[in-house]
Design a protein around this ligand. Structure first.
Ligand SMILES: *Cc1c(COP(=O)(O)O)cnc(C)c1O
Length: 453
């Protein structure tokens, strides 16, 4: 009998509920607070921006939240995603460790992000919303929301940072293929955009500016809402379908992870795989959960826990999280999805309660790991996912040195087919590792909002 490589779950075994870590954490997840008053903000305060269905989840402490049937229907286009045993990588590393990965690159948009985009589109549709506005950097979130919004008959407008809009025409074409409109930001469509364009007509834009534009539009019309692709509690919740599936598939593989690994930008794909395992950890299971970030944007490894703005424009409520300060501008690296100054409040709490550990790597060592992975397993990883792979290889080599046959499970959050320029730069020797600027971090942390909470 040959041993299996893929562990597939039939559609009828796809999880029927998302798992909410807030139900089991030893302490509450601190609520968002108003930047002016320091008062906690509840669902009513955020209702102009998000539908109630989503805001109830944001504040919920229920352990299990049913996945609505129309959402499961869309999930069935690619879910359950495969669990794969990386046998060739194991052999190449000559490690006694077993390596498994959950592959989220099989979604239509090529990453884990549609798991939340589909749910958010559903709740908006259910509450009569006609139009969704969002921002996107490199385009992963924009294309996921474009895909999801189209399926629920919603108009989707994506404000894409102008420099990415010009440099990444394929992601824009993907959004347009799904029927969305993709607008370079700053744009003349909003007061925020016009203010920037007046002083700097050639502005490259930034995620902060694009968020300001999207939020302004969502707040100004009753039929329009805003959607965010990571960080918030409801996004982490929606992603747990990954970990719940993985648990069933690991059972089929007759294996149990000693280590669970994911890359962390805003924290959602890591949360999706790791939160269900953290539940087991709180129930006594011995499992290490490791979040991996770039050394250029070391939110968990160098950022303190503090109340901070979610955006550079300082328009959002304050969230209690590990943060580098909303003024912190990480150098331009290829893993655009990991260049966020803050970390999901729920992931930050998991860190505080000792449920996880964090580490950081340079981008060139991550690309070396990604190329090794591609040459053994065939899949070309997204630059973001390469951070998880670097940690997996290091842990597998530690197992080899210690003669331990541990089981490692990681989230391969997406494929890199739209990121081939990054691979070209890597092969051309043009990719560099910028030393981290501790002085810039200190300066940024000095501008953290001072709120008494
Ligand atoms: C957006 C993205 C990430 C980072 O976001 P998280 O919320 O931390 O998951 C990681 N991998 C891929 C492929 C992405 O598109």
């Amino acid at each position: 009998m040959t041993e299996s490589t893929k562990y597939l779950l039939s559609e009828d075994r796809m999880p029927k509920a998302w798992y909410n870590l807030a139900a089991d954490l030893p302490g509450p997840v601190p609520p968002p607070v108003h930047p002016g008053t320091g008062q906690p903000m509840g669902p009513e305060d955020l209702a102009p921006l998000f539908p109630m269905g989503v805001l109830e989840q944001e504040a919920s402490t229920e352990r299990w939240i049913d996945i609505p049937e129309p959402v499961r229907d869309v999930y069935r286009l690619w879910r359950p995603s495969p669990l794969v045993r990386a046998r060739r990588l194991e052999a190449a590393l000559d490690t006694p460790a077993k390596i498994f990965f959950k592959y989220e690159g099989v979604s239509p948009a090529g990453s884990h992000k549609p798991n939340s985009a589909v749910a958010q589109a559903f709740y908006n549709k259910q509450e009569g919303v006609k139009r969704l506005v969002t921002e996107t950097g490199a385009g992963q979130w924009g294309s996921s929301l474009a895909f999801a919004g189209n399926l629920f008959g919603l108009t989707v407008e994506v404000y894409m940072v102008r420099i990415s809009f010009n440099q990444k025409p394929y992601r824009r074409a993907l959004m347009e293929t799904y029927g969305a409109t993709c607008i370079p930001s700053p744009s003349p469509n909003t007061a925020a955009g016009r203010a920037i364009l007046e002083t700097n007509p050639d502005s490259n834009g930034s995620l902060g500016i694009a968020i300001s534009e999207a939020v302004e539009l969502a707040a100004s019309r009753d039929d329009t809402k805003y959607a965010l692709g990571s960080v918030l509690n409801h996004v982490c919740l929606h992603q747990t379908v990954i970990g719940e599936e993985a648990m069933l598939q690991m059972e089929i593989a007759d294996a149990d992870p000693d280590i669970v690994i994911g890359c962390v930008g805003g924290g959602s794909n890591f949360a999706g795989l790791a939160f269900p395992y953290m539940r087991e950890k709180m129930n006594g299971k011995a499992v290490r959960c490791i979040g991996v970030e770039p050394t250029s944007c070391p939110t968990l490894t160098k950022g303190p826990m503090a109340y901070d703005f979610g955006d550079t424009g300082k328009l959002t409520p304050l969230m209690k999280m590990h943060t580098l300060g909303s003024n912190f501008m990480p150098p331009g690296t290829h893993a655009g999805g990991l260049r966020y100054h803050g970390m999901a409040p729920m992931v930050s709490q998991a860190m505080e309660h000792g449920l996880m550990e964090a580490r950081a790597y340079q981008q060139t060592e991550c690309f070396a790991a990604a190329v090794q992975f591609a040459r053994e397993e065939g899949i070309v990883p997204a630059p973001e996912s390469s951070h998880a792979i670097k940690a997996v290889i290091d842990e597998a080599l530690r197992c080899k040195a210690e003669g331990k046959a541990e089981t490692i499970l990681f989230n391969l959050s997406g494929h890199g087919h739209f990121d081939m320029q990054a691979y070209m730069d890597y092969f051309a020797g043009k990719m560099t590792d910028t030393p981290f600027d501790d002085a810039a971090l200190q300066a940024s942390l000095e501008t953290l909002p001072k709120v008494a909470v």
